[in-house]
Design a protein around this ligand. Structure first.
Ligand code: FES
Length: 114
């Protein structure tokens, strides 16, 4: 089973194939934002995939459209709620935008982080 590692907070989790990066983040308490609850209506789950990018599920048009609204989009950007893991390990860097959204959604975590 693939291991997802969130490089900027050192958290990792082994997950079943088909789980999204956002679901993996929730499994290990990594700070990936999800203002719309994973319904492809924001861009707060924007992450950079540093390893295993090509192994992820293909990007659909809707994800591409929403990703256009994100900050600092890179060739290895994905929306955490849409990108699903397959058989390979994946390294993910949480974008500043996504971490800020997470902290806005979880005020208690924001206090701990300050
Ligand atoms: S959580 Fe809103 S698009 Fe992913």
């Amino acid at each position: 089973m693939p291991k997802i590692r969130f490089t900027n907070d050192g958290k990792e989790v082994v997950v079943a194939e088909g789980l999204s990066i956002l679901e993996a983040a929730r499994e290990c308490d990594a700070q990936v934002g999800s203002a719309c609850g994973g319904n492809l209506a924001c861009s707060t789950c924007h992450v950079w995939v540093k390893k295993g990018f090509d192994s992820l599920s293909d990007m659909e048009d809707g994800e591409d459209d929403i990703l256009d609204k994100a900050f600092d989009v890179r060739p290895y950007s994905r929306l955490g709620c849409q990108a699903r893991v397959a058989g390979e390990d994946v390294d993910v860097e949480i974008t500043r935008e996504s971490r800020q959204a997470f902290l806005d959604e979880h005020p208690a975590e924001r206090v701990k982080a300050s």
